[in-house]
Design a binder for this molecule. Structure first.
Ligand code: IVH
Length: 668
């Protein structure tokens, strides 16, 4: 075989394995075999540079730096969109469209509004030739070398498209990538990225595309610019065609009828926004009929046929009035900002976390500063940073505590961690209250009627002191009834809720214990591995390290926790009060063990996030795309390509109802 033929063969094989690995989640070869093929191609191209084609997968890992960006003039300007804030403005948009088209109702394609940066990709005879940023809309920068490293964007289209095709879309960074990169940067003492959008847009503006490759960016297609090929009658058909050409086209897009259809879509999207693995800042609503789009035309700002619906702002400016130090359940002392009350994302915020003392120092936020506050979904509001231009002369840095604000014990600065900690674990009321509050919380033991306020009160009365004391509260039935605002019925309810919590699934119990670094996900992994509390109590560092997703940090923390007599005594005491976690073998289900589920379409009976969590807690796996490893696809109305794929592969397809029938208890 000639070297040219071998290079071609390698290119094709590598691209095929890339697709199997990234898109279908069904690798056929080992990583080392893949690396071997890749290295061989790199070697051939190194020795014979003329054999490196513009669609070579080696370009995906980045190429040596370029000197500067070339300008690229867009054949069709990249316009912007008008915004709609609130559903009334969406209804007004529909009214304008109907009036202009003289139509009674209009169908729209409603899509995610990706929070990234827009990119134009020009393909000539199916080959990516230019990728350009939006720039001022008329002229952007040629960032082809960087675009080649981005996922979801074919270097060569998977079907023949002769002539010119310009595809437009958005480059984003997934939240998980962002979190990981920031954790690595923080550890290396580098400056962290402010948000995934900045990280993505900075990534596309690198002269050295190896830097871009390291940011693991993803491209989502949302439309077509200049084209000499196919013509379609609907935007939705065009999008399906792009998917067939190898682009990533999100399945959340939906054809909606009339104003009510789009209002329902954005409201539903708002509720599920935090389930998405990347950021969106709203929805884009487009008239589905392409000839109607052409009839409506554009203003200088953007097309009249589309509008961007924006979620309520999740950031706001306000004054930071003070910093309070709070003790958490593991004794970590964290700064909490007191703010002049401000509306963020529809709620009033007057307190926000500053994470930890080193983060606060790095951001250099001072009392009196105007700060940016952010609140996303149901996460705790956080202070992003100060607005330096507005810093008053008298702004002063917050005072670092040296003693626990609760119990006065001298704080320790832990080596290797960015935290200040109160070492008085058994005697610090704030730590005990936080530990108990976590234990009873909804996602842990779920004791209804016992919240933070009650716990602090009962601690003050000496009725609670540690976790087992919760289960001894029932002996104080009369005293509880005597307490103001606790009527007989609510005391009965509280005691019943406490009793009921004695038999929670093992993973909930393990999460409830509040072991450092054991979040919900890790607790599920631990429960599925050890099956019972008895086995978990004997876990060694080595067997912990065997668990997928458990690294040395978690393994040593869990091992140390288990080695402490006080913790083994705590478990004995809890068991003695009658707590009996349901073993994972019985809480897991044979029907789910070893099975992989994919959820698709519009789910009406439960959210995708909840269903996925449930499957995992029952010993099953979940995936984002259908492959030959998928055993079940749960499809709601409007399911598209994933359903088709499942049918093609002969995978079991379930309705939501059929899925619920498989679930022990019949509900989520
Ligand atoms: S269509 C004429 N669809 O939003 C512009 N844009 O606010 C047509 N964006 O610059 C754009 N998601 O970068 C469209 N599904 C989507 C989008 C989307 C994000 C961005 C795009 C555009 C900006 C306009």
């Amino acid at each position: 075989m000639t070297r040219a033929a071998r290079a071609k063969q390698l290119r094709e094989q590598i691209e095929r394995h890339n697709r199997l690995y990234h898109e279908q989640d069904a690798p056929e070869i080992s990583d080392s075999k893949y690396d071997e093929m890749f290295a061989e191609l790199v070697q051939i191209e190194g020795e014979c540079p003329e054999l490196q084609t513009p669609d070579s997968p080696t370009l995906r890992v980045g190429a040596p730096p370029i000197e500067k960006f070339e300008q690229h003039r867009h054949a069709v300007p990249m316009l912007s969109l008008d915004n709609a804030f609130g559903v009334d403005e969406l209804r007004a948009f529909d009214e304008r469209v109907r009036k202009a088209l003289e139509a009674e109702t209009v169908s729209y394609l409603a899509e995610l509004k990706f929070d990234g940066l827009s990119l134009s990709l020009t393909y000539v005879d199916g080959l990516l030739t230019v990728a350009a940023s939006r720039g001022d809309g008329t002229t952007g920068e040629n960032v082809t070398h960087n675009a080649r490293t981005v996922r979801g964007l074919p270097l060569r289209l998977s079907a023949a498209v002769p002539g010119l095709l310009e595809v437009r879309g958005e480059v984003v960074m997934f939240q998980s990538v962002f979190d990981q990169l920031n954790a690595e940067r923080a550890e290396a003492g580098e400056q962290v990225f402010a948000n995934p959008r900045n990280a993505a847009s900075g990534g596309m503006r690198q002269l050295d595309s190896r830097e871009t490759a390291a940011r693991k960016l993803t491209f989502f297609a949302y439309g077509v610019g200049e084209t000499s090929s196919e013509s379609f009658s609907k935007q939705s058909e065009l999008m399906a065609w792009l998917r067939g050409l190898g682009f990533e086209v999100r399945e959340e897009a939906r054809v909606c009828d009339g104003a009510q259809g789009i209002v329902d879509y954005v409201e539903e999207l708002g509720q599920h926004r935090s389930d998405l693995p990347f950021g969106i800042d709203g929805a884009v609503i487009k008239v589905d009929d392409l000839s109607a789009q052409a009839d409506l035309g554009s203003t200088s700002r953007g097309p009249r046929s589309a509008i961007a619906y924006k979620f309520p702002a999740e950031q706001a400016f306000t004054i930071m009035e003070d910093v309070e130090w709070q003790v958490g359940r593991t004794g970590v002392v964290t700064p909490v900002a007191h703010l002049a009350p401000v509306q963020v994302g529809g709620v009033t915020v007057s307190r926000a976390t500053l994470h930890n003392f080193s983060d606060m120092t790095e951001k250099d936020v001072r009392i009196g500063d105007t700060v940016i506050v952010q609140r996303a979904g149901d996460v705790i509001p956080e202070v992003i940073g100060p607005v330096l231009k507005k810093r008053p002369k008298k702004a002063k840095p917050p005072r670092m505590p040296t003693e626990c604000p609760e119990c006065g014990t001298a704080l320790v600065e832990e080596e290797g961690y960015v935290a200040l900690r109160c070492p008085n674990r058994a005697g610090c009321d704030a730590q005990i209250a936080a530990k108990l509050t976590h234990f009873v919380s909804k996602r842990a033991m779920d004791i209804d009627g016992l919240g933070e306020r009650q716990i602090v009160r009962f601690l003050g009365l000496g009725w609670l002191d540690d976790l087992p004391s919760i289960y001894r509260l029932k002996a104080r039935r009369d005293e509880l009834v005597e307490l103001d605002r606790m009527g007989e019925q609510s005391v009965e309810n509280l005691i019943a809720a406490i009793e009921e919590s004695k038999s929670r699934p093992l993973e909930r119990f393990l999460f409830a214990l509040g072991i450092r670094f054991v979040g919900e996900r890790t607790a599920v992994d631990l429960a599925n591995t050890f099956g019972s509390l008895r086995e978990f109590r004997r876990a060694s560092y080595d067997c912990l390290m065997e668990i997928d997703g458990v690294g040395p940090k978690v393994a040593s923390e869990v091992e140390e926790w288990l080695e402490l007599d006080e913790n083994q005594n705590l478990l004995d005491d809890l068991l003695a009060t009658g707590v009996e976690p349901i073993e994972a073998a019985t809480s897991g289900s044979a029907e789910f063990a070893g099975k992989t589920f994919v959820f698709t379409g519009k789910l009406e009976r439960f959210t995708r996030g909840d269903a996925e969590k449930l499957v995992r807690s029952l010993g099953g796996k979940t995936a984002g795309s259908v492959s030959k490893n998928t055993t079940h696809v749960v499809a709601g109305p409007g399911a598209g390509s994933k359903l088709a794929k499942a049918e093609e592969l002969g995978t079991t397809v379930l309705t939501e109802e059929q899925f619920l029938e498989m679930v022990p208890g019949g509900s989520i």
